[in-house]
Structure formats: C-alpha cells, structure tokens
Design a protein around this ligand. Structure first.
Ligand code: HPA
Length: 284
C-alpha cells in the first residue's frame, strides 16, 4: 500500500487498537462475571467490529471479485437472477451489496452510484477495507459517434476526464487513465469464447450529464473518446493508486448525435450480455 495512505490508515487503526485493548481487558474481567454479563460483552464486541463508512458489511462478507453497477436496483436484479445463495451484505444508503456464487465461485455484486465522487468512495472502501482485488464496473454510455449503435458493448481501454478526482485524491495529474491489471484482456478473451462482440475503446468520464451545447467536449476529441459515461476514470485512478485491478464494460444506451435511446422496456434485456460477460470474467 502507498506510504501516504498507510500513514492515514495507521492513525485510524491506532485509535481502534487502543479501544480494542480496553475492550479486551473488559472481556477478560467479565470472564469471571455471571453468564449474562458475558452475553452482554459479546454483543458489545460484535457491535464494535471495524466497518467501512459507506459499506456496512463485515470483513469477509464481500468477495475478492466485485461487479459494480451504478444503479442499486440493477445490483439487486443481478443478485436475484444470476447468483446462487445471494446474501444482502450491505444496504447503507440503499447502495446494495450482495455476495453469492456464480459458476460455483464467490462474487459480490454492488452499487457504485453515479459519478466519480460516488464510485471513488465505494471502490476505495472495497479495495482498502474489504481487501477486494478486482472490480468490473458495468454500466451504460452515450455514443458520441454514429459509428456506434444502440446495444453495442464496449471494453474501456482508457478513460479521459476533466475530473479533478485523481489529481486531488492521489496527486495523479493524468487526464486519461487506462484500465488496471489483466481483466481487460480477460474480458476480450471471454467475450470471443462466448461469441459476444465487444469493442476496445477510449471513453470520456464526464462530471456532466446535462449541458448547454451538443459539441463534443475538447477532452473527448483529444483522446478519441467514442462514448461518454461518468465513473470509469475514478475507478481506474483508485485501482492504479492502490495497485489493484479494474475494468469497465459499457452498453451503448443512447447515441447522442441522433438522440436514439434504448427504451425502458428494452433496457433489462439489453444489459444481459454485459452482465453475463462481467460475471463470466470476474469469476474466471
Ligand atoms: N452522458 C453520461 N453518461 C451517460 C450517458 C450520457 O449521455 N448515457 C449513458 N450514460
């Protein structure tokens, strides 16, 4: 773990360790006390477990491999329809996280929320508090070009952004950050085995959904970004800083120049290949 982060966490851990010492002493003393006091102590000990701020799961409740959707209800849908033995392990702020089995392998499916600040928080806590190794974000995007069609599947090679997230979080001045680790390649391999067409592209992670012009933003032109979404940049920035793995798969849900959109009715079915590819890859 990077030195600066270790420092921050060490301060937090220090206070926990101090409290833990008091708690341990308290427990030892209570070993000689009547049974009901010991029950009281174990409840107290359970409540005291170190938890992350935004994910109210216990350590070990979250798998090392996580699939993240922006929408909590999509996470719920995936858990209920694709996982076996799915258990809801956190619902703080209704950001659902489930852990279950896919092809017999443990996987968690959770929520990132919208935008770099939100995925920045959830992915950071997953990587640092729950020892998560790999995160695949699955989401939708708007195509900047009519070369892309509705329902096209994109494997994000690079995310360019005007966001200051990487700069102010990690001192990373890059305007464009690549996927991290080998999951990107695994997505491509798995997609070709499953006969799911997928394009490897650069995308724009924007902080803005509504704007007063239909011009393609300068940063998207600079990095040849064919589509826009709002989260991959912060996910990649966190993974890069923490030396973890991250990838993003997107389904084109709208074509910006023509105003075509996937309808609400089409949305559930449209996202199935992306969900399948994400799960097949993350559990590999
Ligand atoms: N902008 C940002 N994110 C998106 C869009 C968009 O047009 N479409 C789907 N996700």
């Amino acid at each position: 773990m990077p030195e600066k982060l270790e420092g921050n966490l060490a301060t937090r851990k220090g206070s926990f360790q101090y409290s833990y010492l008091i708690l341990t002493t308290y427990n030892v003393l209570l070993c000689f006390a009547p049974a009901h006091s010991i029950t009281l102590t174990s409840t107290f000990t359970l409540n005291f477990k170190v938890m992350s701020i935004h994910i109210n799961a216990k350590p070990g409740d979250i798998a090392k491999q996580v699939l993240m959707a922006g929408d909590p209800l999509r996470a719920k849908y995936i858990a209920e329809n694709f996982l076996e033995k799915a258990v809801l392990v956190s619902q703080t702020r209704n950001a659902f996280f489930y852990t279950g089995l896919y092809n017999g392998k443990q996987v968690s499916v959770g929520t990132s929320g919208m935008g770099c600040p939100s995925i920045g928080i959830y992915s950071f806590e997953l990587y640092t508090e729950f020892n998560v190794e790999s995160i695949i974000r699955i989401g939708t995007c708007g195509a900047y070009t009519t070369d892309l069609k509705l329902f096209d599947l994109l494997n994000v090679e690079l995310a360019a952004s005007e966001s200051t997230y990487a700069k102010f979080a990690w001192g990373n001045l890059d305007e464009a950050i690549t996927h991290q680790g080998a999951i990107f390649d695994t997505i491509n391999e798995r997609a070709s085995q499953l006969n799911i067409p997928v394009k490897q592209v650069a995308i724009h992670s924007s902080d803005i959904f509504y704007r007063n012009t239909s011009d393609i933003p300068a940063i998207a032109v600079k990095y040849n970004c064919v589509a826009v979404e709002m989260e991959a940049f912060a996910l990649f920035a966190n993974a890069k800083y923490l030396n973890k793995k991250a990838a993003t798969i997107l389904t084109v849900s709208d074509v910006i120049p023509t105003h075509e959109k996937i309808t609400a009715d089409q949305r559930e079915r449209a996202l199935l290949p992306m969900i399948q590819l994400g799960l097949e890859t993350i559990t590999q």
